[in-house]
Design a protein around this ligand. Structure first.
Ligand SMILES: [Fe+2]
Length: 131
């Protein structure tokens, strides 16, 4: 699978840097997805999870900077913080060998895609209208 199988024009928030970061998130997800069946390769799977989750944090704070002037930025920050909390939980479950990796991989693509389309696109649009 590559990025062209995932990315759709409607995922664009109209901000080049953020769009590139979102595409990179999908690239990291593809890497994770390609490793999910290697149950003998626990270290690589852990690295793939961490790569995605670390980048998510960097990306969120970057995105929040651009959206700082949005009137409901705090709500958006809360959504990001909740998701980060969720990723920490996933890593704990992974360490305890209690993580259902297939469910989590599906959940992550679903969450990222919906967050971009439903929340990020709207926030960048509203910010542009306000300016
Ligand atoms: Fe966001």
């Amino acid at each position: 699978m590559d990025i062209t199988a995932i990315w759709k024009p409607e995922y664009s928030v109209g901000h080049q840097e953020i769009d590139e970061q979102h595409r990179y998130l999908f690239e990291l997800w593809i890497m994770l997805d390609s490793m999910k069946n290697q149950s003998d390769n626990k270290l690589s799977l852990e690295q793939a999870l961490l790569s995605l989750f670390d980048y998510v944090e960097i990306h969120f704070s970057n995105e929040e900077n651009y959206l700082q002037a949005h009137p409901t930025i705090e709500e958006h920050k809360k959504i990001h913080a909740d998701f980060i909390g969720q990723t920490k939980l996933f890593m704990e479950q992974f360490s305890a060998e209690k993580l259902d990796i297939h469910t989590v991989v599906d959940f992550l693509l679903d969450w990222i895609t919906h967050h971009i389309v439903k929340t990020d696109v709207r926030y960048f649009k509203e910010l542009k209208q306000k300016a």
